[in-house]
Design a binder for this molecule. Structure first.
Ligand SMILES: [Zn+2]
Length: 600
């Protein structure tokens, strides 16, 4: 008898799409040697996205069988089950998973496209998580129309990708999402590694070759950063192949990193376009943002998928996994995502500084930076960063943006000393931690090894402190002009608002701002202002904040009329003067290029 495919696997996971329009995946798990009391669990979170998402809410009709005999399942809690088994007999578990979340974090299935993360689809079979898991993807009626893309290792698949795959363990199984559909597909080689790009939802104007060429340059620069030009510097790249899965939709932005793939979602209008003869070769502005996203997720191949918090050595899919290091793994990745675009010559110095200006201003405009350190923000990601509300800017700081600024401070400080750069630090950490679990002490040790001195004072202030970073001084020493620009009206007032056809809605009131002093609250509808007093007073319906200057003129204060819970309130608003934000510009082109260019 022929051994079944993937027979070395402890668990066989069959995925079928009997009726895609019902958004239900049919999953059949076969456990070769179940325990007498076999425990099963579905993850509550997907690595890379630090929020308990309760995937089990989408699991239904779970049935356990042995030799066609139904076995009773006992549900222990929201995502754990037990089944009493005959241990010598194969256990079959069948269930459905509802999939209609068009994000990179869960699963999707309709008549156009399928996508899933293993964390949404596959029960973890207790006791065999470290053993190989086989996957069988059955296209059914879709097998001739749709193709498959995934980072899973193919064992026997047809030319469209349907068939049998293997994952070395449960971690690998759920770290290889699967894309199915009639997608656009292309490939390139970077650093000797084959990279595939698939794009779902693209329109006829999509310039696939442009996206491939630009992504290739990003990948080459990332590989060079981690492993040097000679490859002898810090070993071989850790991946043998890579898949970018990009879902183009009307409006969305996001990505999730995996060991040899990434799932991305972006706006269709931000894809590069085929340009006709005589059409100026200009791509949409959002295309740079998309390339930044690609660069970011690819950098994670090293920085968090392998070099990772020591607390992530063994992931627990049933609960929050805490770390104080997201400022390093997300923040440093954010620093490098745009920097690699510059190194790949996809943007110029001025453009790079424009992007950096945005990051710096985001931090400086967040009062929560004085409440939380980036280490605390990392730890609290599960309840704060991923559960944002109107109080978020006042209570928390983003470990992405401030973490990127910490990386910038370290890079510029190292360069100012003339001994090393952040690239050396990243490569040093990769070697020191053998591309695996890392602690903050490893970072301190590597900094000392690189420079011959302790960096405890800087780490304490920048990572565990709440004072502003010494960005201005460091940037000016690197040939960057730090200019002051007038603030936008919302920022000057200490407000975050949305402006719609119906008027101005207050989303957040920033700590210490003029709007807070006046008594604004999140949720207020800002209806109008009154300028002046007595018979000469003028009232104006306010539709957008830009009109404030038009109506108020040189007045130092106005009365704001707001609606809150159907009542109207009159608030005395002092109009702040002279508020500014940063704008970074090239002052000394040679010095700036010395920083932004890759060292020869
Ligand atoms: Zn990230």
């Amino acid at each position: 008898m022929r051994r079944p495919l993937g027979s070395a696997a402890a668990v066989h996971c069959k995925v079928e799409l009997p009726e895609p329009h019902t958004h239900l995946y049919r999953v059949t798990l076969t456990v070769d040697r179940p325990q007498a009391l076999q425990a099963l669990a579905l993850p509550v979170w997907v690595p890379g996205s630090y929020l308990v998402r309760e995937f089990s809410k989408n699991l239904q009709n779970l049935v356990a069988r042995q030799r066609a005999r139904i076995r009773e399942l006992h549900q222990i809690d929201k995502n754990h089950w037990e089944v009493a088994c005959d241990p010598g007999t194969t256990l079959e578990l069948q269930y459905e998973v509802y999939a209609l979340d068009n994000s990179v974090r869960t699963a999707w299935l309709d008549s156009q496209r399928g996508f899933f993360n293993g964390t949404s689809l596959f029960l973890q079979v207790e006791g065999v998580s470290d053993q190989p898991h086989a996957v069988e993807l059955v296209g059914g009626e879709r097998r001739l129309l749709w193709k498959v893309a995934t980072g899973l290792t193919p064992v026997k698949v047809d030319r469209r990708g349907w068939g049998h795959y293997l994952a070395q363990d449960y971690d690998a199984l759920v770290d290889c999402p699967v894309e199915m559909g009639a997608f656009w597909s292309g490939s390139f080689v970077a650093g000797g590694i084959r990279h595939q790009m698939v794009v779902a939802g693209a329109t006829a104007s999509f310039d696939g070759q442009r996206l491939l060429d630009d992504t290739q340059r990003i990948c080459e620069n990332a590989i060079r950063l981690w492993h040097g030009k000679s490859r002898g510097l810090a070993g071989q790249p850790p991946h043998e192949n890579y898949v970018f899965m990009l879902n183009a939709v009307e409006e969305a932005y996001g990505g999730l990193e995996h060991r040899n793939s990434t799932a991305l979602i972006a706006a269709r209008k931000d894809l590069p376009r085929l340009l006709g003869k005589g059409v100026p070769a200009r791509q949409p502005e959002g295309y740079t943002t998309l390339l930044g996203l690609i660069s970011h997720e690819y950098f994670h191949t090293w920085n968090i998928k392998r070099l990772r918090p020591a607390e992530f050595t063994n992931l627990n899919y049933a609960q929050e996994n805490y770390t104080r290091l997201l400022w390093f793994f997300e923040g440093f990745t954010s620093y490098y995502d745009d920097l690699l675009l510059r190194r790949a010559r996809l943007i110029d110095d001025a453009n790079y500084l424009r992007l950096l200006t945005k990051t710096v201003n985001q931090v400086l405009q967040t009062p929560g930076r004085q409440v939380q350190s980036v280490a605390q923000a990392s730890f609290d990601a599960w309840v704060k960063y991923y559960r944002q509300d109107e109080n978020t800017p006042n209570a928390t700081v983003s470990y992405y943006t401030k973490g990127a600024c910490v990386a910038l401070c370290l890079d510029l400080s190292l360069r100012a000393q003339g001994q090393a750069t952040l690239d050396d630090l990243m490569r040093g950490l990769w070697r020191r931690c053998a591309g695996g679990p890392m602690t903050e002490q490893d970072l301190r040790d590597e900094l000392r090894a690189l420079t011959g001195r302790a960096w405890d004072r800087e780490i304490a202030a920048w990572v565990h402190g709440r004072r502003d970073l010494p960005l201005q001084d460091l940037l000016e020493r690197q040939g960057v002009a730090v200019l002051a620009e007038p603030s936008q009206p919302a920022q000057a007032l200490g407000l975050r608002v949305t402006e719609q056809a119906t008027g101005v809605q207050v989303k957040a009131v920033l700590r210490g701002g003029a709007a807070e002093s006046a008594g604004f609250a999140a949720g207020d509808e800002w209806l109008a202002i009154e300028v002046g007093r007595g018979p000469a007073a003028q009232g104006w319906r306010l539709m957008k904040l830009d009109d404030l200057a038009l109506y108020a003129g040189t007045a130092r204060s106005v009365t704001a009329l707001v609606a809150r819970d159907r009542r109207t309130l009159r608030l005395a608003l002092r109009l702040p003067q002279g508020k500014t934000t940063w704008r970074l510009a090239v002052r000394d082109a040679k010095q700036v290029a010395h920083w932004l260019d890759e060292p020869a």
